[in-house]
Structure formats: C-alpha cells, structure tokens
Design a protein around this ligand. Sequence first.
Ligand SMILES: [Zn+2]
Length: 478
Amino acid sequence: MSSYSTGVRFALYPSLAQASVLRQWIGCQRVIYNAKVAEDQYFSTFRRQALSLTGEPTPLDQQYAQFKTELTPWLSEVPSQILRNGAVRWRNAKQRQLQGLAGAPVKRRAHGRQAVLITNELFQFVADEQDGHVLLLGTPKFPVGALRFTAHRPYQLPKQVVISVEAGRWYVSFSFEVASAGVDVLRSPEELAYEFNNWSDAELLTVTAGYDRGVVNRLADSAGLFYPVDPKVTLRVQRKEVQTRRYQRKLARQVKGSTNRNKTKVKLARLQNYRARCAQDWAHKTSYALVTSGTKVHVLEALQVANMTKRSKPKTENGKWVRNGAAAKSGLNKAILGSAWGRLALYLNYKATRRNQLVLVVPPHYSSQECSECHYTHADNRATQALFVCQRCGFTTHADTNASRVLRARGIAQLRAGVVVVKPRKRIAIRRTSQPGAGCSGMSVERQDKSGLEHHAPGTHAASKQKIENCEVRSTVL
Ligand SMILES: [Zn+2]
C-alpha cells in the first residue's frame, strides 16, 4: 500500500483577544526570521571582502538567542518555540536555496498574508461533540485557549500547523500522510511510460488526451470538450472588479495610516482575493474532471507563463517615445494570469500521480496552425479565431480542439521516443562582452546547479560573482 502526503487549510475563528496574541506570535517569529536573513547577508558580504575568511563556511544553524537582548524585551513575551520555529523556517529556506530549488531567503514584510509556524508542543486537537473541531493552543505560561475551526474534509493529526491571516480572515493549515485509495503501488513517471509504451497505438490513443490552454477558451481537450468557467462566477468577478475600482478611489482619498484607511485596505484585499480563489476553484474542479474521465496519459503544452506575461518594452522612434501597446499587453497579461494555466498543470500533476496516470509536457510551437489529420502547417489554416480549416486536406473543426489533438499526437510520439519528463528548464548562458560591466544591471539572480548542495567556498563564490558582473546575461529557455 502506498501513501502520499496531502494538506488542508481550514477556516479558524479566534476571539479578538486570541487574534491579538496570535498576531504577537506572528510578529515575533517574523522578527527572528528577518534577523536570520540579515545575519546571513552580513556574513556573506563580510566574507567576500576578507581574504582571511576564505574557506570559512556561513553558519547554517537555527540559533536565535543572540537576538534576545535588553533591546528586545518583547521577544520574551512569546513561547520560545515560536522564536525557534522562526529560525527553523529560515534554515529550511536557506537549505532550499543551497539545493537550487529557490532563491535566497528574503525579509518578510508586515503586510499581506501573515503566518506563524507552530509545532506540537504548543497545540492539541480536540474533537468536541458540541463545538465541532477545536484547536487548543498555548502553554501553561502562555495560554491562548480553545480555537474553533471548520473542517470541510477528513484530516489526520499533524506534527506542526501554520496559522495564517489574510485580509482579516484566519486559517489553520497542515499536512499529513494518507494511504492511497484504489492504487496499490504508486509508480514513477518512468515506470508508467514503460508500461504505456507496451500498449498498441490504438489502445494508447483511447487513453490519451491532449489539452489546449487559451484565453478565449480556458481549456479544450482532444475529445472536443471545453471546460468553461461558470458564467455566474464570471459575472460575480466582474461586479467585484467594479467594487475594487471604487474602493481604490476611496483609498486614494483617505489619510495614510488612519483606521478607516486600514479598513478599506482589508475590504480591497478581500475583493482581490475573490478573483484568485475563483481561478483556484476552477483549476481544482477541472483537474479533478480530467483525472476521473478515464484518461491515463495527459498531454499539456509547455507554456512559459512568466515569459508570456512580461511587460512590453518601451519603443522609440527618432529619439521620441512612441506607443508600444502596453495597455493591450497588460490586459492580455491579466487574462493569462487570471486563467490559472499554471495552477491547472500543478493540480493535474499531483492528482494524476496519485492515480498512476502520466502527465507529459510537449513543445507548443505552431500547434494552432498544424492540421491534426495531415500535419500540414500553415497560418492560413486558422480561418478565424474559432475555426480551423486545413488548406490541404480540408479537415474542419474547432481551432482549439484541433490544437489539442496536435498536442496529443506529439505526446504519443514523445512517449514512443522514450522521452518522459520534459520540463521547461531555465538556463543562463553567459557571454563575454568587449566592455566590462556593460548590460548587467538586471542581474540579481544567482542560480546554482542542482549539484551545489554544499556551501560554496567564498573564494570561488566571489570569483563567479565577479565573472557574472562582467558579462552580459541572457536567459534562454530550453
Ligand atoms: Zn489537413
């Protein structure tokens, strides 16, 4: 029997007094986290300049006692575990950076979503028949009391929880292991690919689906189905947009730092969260529909959402600024980001993995112009936005259905060729320029290899930084 880890986020209802204590915990944990970030930055700067420190490793610890001084008496007003967890969070973030999974840890801000990591010395789950689900929080010295939460799905007891607040709403979230139902042994993508490769072409075609993601139709599959957003939801989002603009005008008139302005801010954040939650909801429902449709191999096109939603560059003509279509491009960006393409891929991946289904990623080039029947590729094939008419064989269908069939064919070809996991990877190519220091202003990312698990020796670190600074940096997508 295999198991996988899953997570839940439940609405939490603290009293005003409890919320105030939780905010104190959040603040103190953030202070420790930010102090660790600053300490790390200090060490790395100092080391780069001092030859005598060559070879000295950066401290990668979870010590925080040095931050508890007479200048910070308020740190003693929260349980020490809260402070330690701040240091643990930083260490985990730093380790992710060293493994090449994330950028360097940055300081957390005091606005937006706020969260605190709480380990099981400080909480206890209580199932109360009268009150439903209750979380007992605190220690004898720092009691918080019983917090009610709504559990909309079954859960198991975790070792740690995260309590967060966003736009005035509180949540408790945690992860736990569950046994996979219906699947005895979870297979790796390579094993699945091997299995499916033994199937005949006809069998494979019946269990494979291609998906075309778009702005007009969010998702079209190779069976000719579309997965639109509920029109009611679209209408609600539009109404909330109008309200958002009204609150933005109101906010602009209010005195900075006033209580009323802060109230408007919370209302605005709530309106803006609504849109994001709708997109998330669609991605969850759609990905669930896809993995329960009988399909075993899902084929998506590799989309670089971050690249596709870049701002348009400023344009000049004879030294004068001219229109660059920025307004239209930002409108398209909003539509792309709002359509939750990335989320859909993310959710589809984990839901498929739990059911021993395979997700393949194929290159997207000219998938909208290629005929899925005879593979003739021409721009004229796309008669209108919605209609595809092949100029060679006359095959006519919806343009998005055709594109998803093209993707399906590419997926099968890739599977037959033995290429299983093709993830778009970012590579930074470095090219020397004749003028040192030219064209490197935008360089702030230091990506490391996956192999760079251990700390870089400061000498080589400084040298590679120097090398990067004298180079023109280009980002290419494979
Ligand atoms: Zn054709």
